[in-house]
Ligand binder design. Structure first.
Ligand code: SF4
Ligand code: ZN
Ligand code: ZN
Length: 305
């Protein structure tokens, strides 16, 4: 087999089109997909100050690498990285070192957020109490990344969700019947102007996990490979297993889910309306107490495990 664009040995085969790519043409292909997503959703504009949420992993590593490359040629765009330390020993303390190395290599400022400092709690402590860690961790992460990005005057918050993550989230919210979360998916924010929220974008959404892993390896992007030890959300795991089976049998299934979602989302109404503020912490919230204050109150109460 040879690369479909030159005579060199292939490093990648795209199963939806049976195309072969050598190293050079694979890199071009991956970058083209990324730039196309940026353009399609108007993700870059003048005078942007972009916060990139990184984890030390390959998805956000590739995201930061590509963005740095693009924005260094744009005089009126600033870039910085954010990482949340949830307090997971043997995982986050290790992956933070990779995030630091990458930011140093790219010369991008990195701001660390500590869950312990902000909420007086760590995910390790919650796990010991037998609490569903991912539920808390996800809500804390969203809240703190938005808060920090806003405080640092970011105009946009970019996250590294890939095609596999997104297809999985679309199906999972569908299975759970969670309409309001279902509306919040997609590459660009459903409602851009909501007071207190930094618009969140997902430019990696059209690249698969395998493509990202290959790109990161070829480009020598430092990344931490291990998964978090608390990733035991059963619905998420089962959804991914089924999705992988289907995509293996019918290549392109995951991409089709994303394309279909993008089409129907344009037709969906914005049911969320105006947003208020949490009476306790002042962050944006749909009710008197935001989800984070609600969870923290529960953890401090007698009912908490
Ligand atoms: Fe947090 Fe769960 Fe992700 Fe671990 S797997 S970082 S606990 S959301
Ligand atoms: Zn080639
Ligand atoms: Zn609150």
């Amino acid at each position: 087999m040879k690369c479909g664009f030159c005579q060199k040995a292939p490093v990648y085969m795209k199963r939806t089109s049976n195309e072969y790519f050598c190293e050079e043409h694979f890199i071009r292909y991956a970058e083209k997909i990324f730039k196309k997503t940026l353009r399609k959703h108007n993700m870059l504009s003048k005078n942007d100050r972009i916060a990139v949420a990184i984890s030390g992993g390959k998805d956000s590593g590739m995201l930061l690498h590509l963005l740095e490359n693009i924005t260094k040629r744009r005089k009126n765009t600033e870039l910085f990285a954010l990482i949340l330390d949830e307090g997971i020993k043997g995982y986050r303390d290790e992956s933070i070192k990779y995030a630091e190395r990458l930011c140093q290599k790219l010369d991008v400022p990195l701001h660390k957020i500590s869950l312990k400092k902000e909420m007086k709690i760590t995910i390790d402590e919650l796990a010991k109490r037998g609490v569903k860690t991912c539920t808390y961790c996800g809500i804390f992460k969203r809240y703190l990344l938005n808060k920090k990005a806003r405080e640092l005057k970011a105009t946009k918050l970019f996250v590294g969700h890939n095609l596999d993550d997104e297809a999985q989230s679309i199906l999972m919210n569908f299975f759970r019947g969670d309409y309001s979360r279902f509306l919040r998916l997609g590459a660009s924010p459903y409602t851009v102007k909501r007071k207190g929220f930094v618009p969140r974008y997902k430019p990696m959404i059209n690249l698969t996990e395998k493509e990202i892993a290959l790109y990161a390896a070829l480009k020598k992007i430092p990344f931490y490979e291990k998964r978090c030890l608390y990733s035991f959300d059963n619905v998420r795991r089962d959804t991914l297993e089924k999705l992988n089976e289907l995509d293996e049998k019918y290549p392109g299934t995951k991409q089709n889910i994303i394309s279909f979602y993008e089409k129907i989302r344009k037709e969906l109404p914005d049911i969320r309306g105006e947003i208020g503020t949490c009476k306790k912490c002042g962050e944006p919230s749909n009710s008197d107490l935001c989800k984070v204050c609600e969870l923290l109150d529960f953890l401090r109460s007698d009912k908490s495990p």
